[in-house]
Write a protein that binds this ligand. Structure first.
Ligand code: ADP
Ligand code: MG
Length: 693
């Protein structure tokens, strides 16, 4: 792979390709329409469509598809070939501007939260010209937004774009007051993606992994992550071969895959791209996850993207690095050399602080999912409580301002390793905090609560929305100021004093923090149903509709879709457990006990002692009985759960009853796994899975 620059973006209809193949006039007109956010004329669309098709065919494509992100959280595509009959039994390859711009999938077959009934099925996909088209699986993929016939959005992308536009408008207003005239502010994001790789043949032997993406049974292996020898460890040959292949495919799609390393748990890894504009980052992250699965398959591996594939070792998250920058490329979260003098930076920081404090619930619910419930608050990821890490330097600056004291900048200290050949270097002014859900990391915030399967659109939509509101409020206040500098300082002081309860620089995993957070009145929304029901709180509906990010109907639909999805997932997990326990685990345990009892009979017949067999048989029988009872009880609870009609009550029921009762069945079966002979155990264990590659 010697020619990465040539390879990079070779499957993307990017700006360079457009410049080369579009007539100059069309290219210019296209760029200015996109910049102004205006619709394309049919003439321009036709020319672009035709050139796109020629380019795609030259790359081996035969089909095109509108590629979108419905509320399933994953992507959707339906391929149509370019063929068009000409009447003499032959075809030509055709693609019109109309086909480029608009598609009409059946909207009722996607999650729609009551926005579409099956008899009113029409929906539209509409080209998002801010994202490049690309080729995948022999099809020209056109990134699109998805809405219903009545115009209600049914996807994850449209609200994200709406939220970036809203944020930009308010940021531009605020910046103007600080003497910065910029036309647009963009949100940039770098999502770090964690995942597991296991051997595919072993994966195929476990119904839980196939149906739910995580192990529903499994006793702890003798070795987990306690030696801390996997993080950044050298990468095994099979994994590096996978990573090389993956990087190559991602580069072809113009995805800026940058960092790859082993993560904390055995078999766990991470890929981080270079950050980019948020809606592109969202598309690219979806493609990254899709290709991880595909490429793994090529290597006879299975890629697990679930938040908690294995109990007892770390699960996988996705760190969402967020910042905003002006059209001129200035990062507004860069504190500069003297943050204490940087009033614009401190104002933006305070806006974020107020936003996060006032809307802890929106951030929390944006990462709520059945999978992520296993991580948040489980000492491997941030707690379910939202707080913000600023680090010592910024906290000291804000403390000094709040108390009206002069801030004394700490001198940067040099680090010397005590070895002459290693050069001394300057130490950072702030340490990092791995336990904070929303941590300032030098020139960006790292929102660390996302689950690994999360579509990053929703969390970023929420961050953008809450920050937009504060930029708006701040701009309104400062626009009225008589003495601007004085008012800015007062605004910073007031905001910090009011919202500093959200700042926490300590250990977020500690029990003391949970107690302290409660004292401070911070929310602790422990599980998905508890978090999701806040979607439709009046203040949230008001905020989201005020900036045209969601209509009130869209908010209600989203709450319903996500709650329903939660219930369905837990139901699938419970059904899978029932099937595995009744058809695989219990028969294995019964066969093993009968082997033991036969051994006892045989030994007794020749007057040999059989204390070990007797004791073991006793133990296996008792546990098998307990497992059987737990299984029966889970079966009953699942039947009852289906009868609950109200969406909210159903989700709570799945959490409180079904999920709780799954734990008891698992505990019995995991105990059995440790004493039943390996040749009888029906599927690969954690030891097999976690150390298979
Ligand atoms: P770590 O794991 O140490 O936090 P990584 O290098 O794995 O760091 O990932 C950091 C991520 O943050 C990368 O995706 C990087 O491109 C992204 N990033 C860096 N600067 C910014 C920024 N200004 N805005 C958004 N993301 C950024
Ligand atoms: Mg990282």
């Amino acid at each position: 792979m010697s020619k990465v620059p040539e390879l990079f973006g070779s499957l993307v209809f990017n700006d360079l390709v457009m410049q080369k193949c579009l007539p100059k006039e069309t290219y210019k007109a296209f760029k200015s329409l996109v910049k102004a956010g205006e619709p394309l004329t049919p003439e321009i669309a036709n020319v672009i469509a035709n050139e796109m098709k020629e380019w795609a065919i030259s790359k081996g494509a035969t089909h095109y598809t509108h590629w979108f992100q419905p509320m399933t959280g994953i992507t959707a595509e339906k391929h149509d070939s370019f063929i068009s009959p000409v009447g003499d039994g032959t075809v030509i390859m055709n693609f019109s501007g109309k086909e480029l711009i608009k598609g009409e999938p059946d909207a009722s077959s996607f999650p729609n939260g009551g926005l579409r009934s099956t008899f009113e099925a029409r929906g539209y996909t509409v080209w998002d010209p801010t994202c490049y088209a690309f080729i995948k699986d022999g099809a020209l993929c056109i990134p699109t937004a998805f809405c219903s016939y009545s115009g209600q959005v049914l996807d994850k992308k449209t609200p994200l774009i709406r939220s970036t536009e809203a944020l930009s408008a308010q940021a531009v207003r605020l910046l103007k007051l600080f003497g910065k005239n910029t036309a647009k502010v963009t949100v940039t994001v770098g999502p770090e993606q964690e995942y597991f790789l296991i051997d595919k043949q072993l994966y195929l032997k476990r119904k839980d992994l196939i149906f739910t993406g995580r192990t529903l049974f499994g006793a702890k292996p003798p070795k987990g992550q306690e030696l801390e020898d996997h993080y950044f460890g050298n990468i095994r040959p099979r994994v590096i071969a996978f990573m090389e292949d993956l990087d190559e495919e991602l580069w072809k799609l113009g995805i800026l895959a940058k960092t790859r390393h082993n993560e904390v748990a055995p078999s766990q890894h991470e890929l981080a791209p270079i950050f980019t504009v948020v809606n592109v980052a969202a598309d690219h992250n979806q493609l990254t996850m899709e290709f991880m699965k595909k490429i793994a398959d090529r290597h006879n591996l299975a890629c697990l993207l679930h938040e908690k594939p294995f109990a007892g070792v770390n699960g996988s998250g996705k760190h969402n690095n967020w910042s905003i920058c002006t059209e001129e490329g200035e990062n507004l979260l860069d504190p500069g050399k003297n943050p204490h003098d940087n009033l614009l930076f401190l104002t933006i920081l305070c806006a974020l602080m107020a936003a996060i404090d006032d809307h802890q619930d929106l951030l929390r619910l944006s990462v709520a999912s059945a999978g992520n419930d296993h991580r948040l608050g489980a000492n491997e990821a941030p707690p379910a409580i939202i707080s913000m890490y600023l680090g010592d330097e910024l906290t000291d600056i804000l403390d000094a301002m709040a108390e009206d004291k002069a801030y004394e900048k700490k001198k940067a200290t040099a680090m010397n390793m005590g070895v002459d050949v290693i050069p001394a270097f300057m130490k950072d002014t702030t340490d990092r905090n791995r336990t904070s859900p929303f941590a300032f990391t030098g020139n960006k915030f790292e929102f660390r609560m996302l689950g690994s399967t999360s579509n990053i659109s929703c969390p970023n939509t929420m961050i953008n929305a809450v920050v937009t509101e504060k930029f708006d409020e701040f701009a309104t206040r400062l626009e009225k100021a008589k003495d601007f500098e004085k008012e800015v300082k007062k605004l910073i002081r007031d905001t910090y004093t009011k919202h500093k309860r959200i700042v926490f620089n300590g250990n977020g995993y500690s029990e003391e923090w949970t107690a302290e957070a409660e004292k401070r009145g911070l929310l602790n929304l422990k599980n998905t149903p508890e978090a999701l029901v806040h979607y439709t709180d009046e203040k949230n509906v008001k905020l989201l509709s005020k900036y045209n990010i969601y209509t009130p109907e869209e908010v209600a639909a989203r709450e319903e879709i996500l709650l329903e999805n939660y219930s369905k997932l837990i139901n699938i997990e419970a059904q899978t457990m029932i099937e595995m326990a009744s058809r695989e685990i219990l028969p294995a345990c019964i066969a093993f006990s009968s082997k033991l009892t036969q051994a006892i009979i045989d030994k007794k017949a020749v007057s040999l002692p059989a204390a070990a067999e007797t004791d073991l048989a006793q133990h296996v029988s008792e546990l098998t009985d307990r497992a059987y009872l737990a299984l029966k009880s889970l079966e009953d609870i699942v039947v009852e759960a289906k009868l609950v009609e109200d969406v909210v009550a159903a989700a709570y029921n799945y959490h409180d009853k079904v999920f709780a009762s799954m734990q008891e069945l698992r505990a019995c079966c995991d105990a059995l796994e440790t004493i039943v002979s390996k040749e009888y155990w029906p599927f690969p264990t954690y030891s097999d899975l976690l150390f298979s590659v």
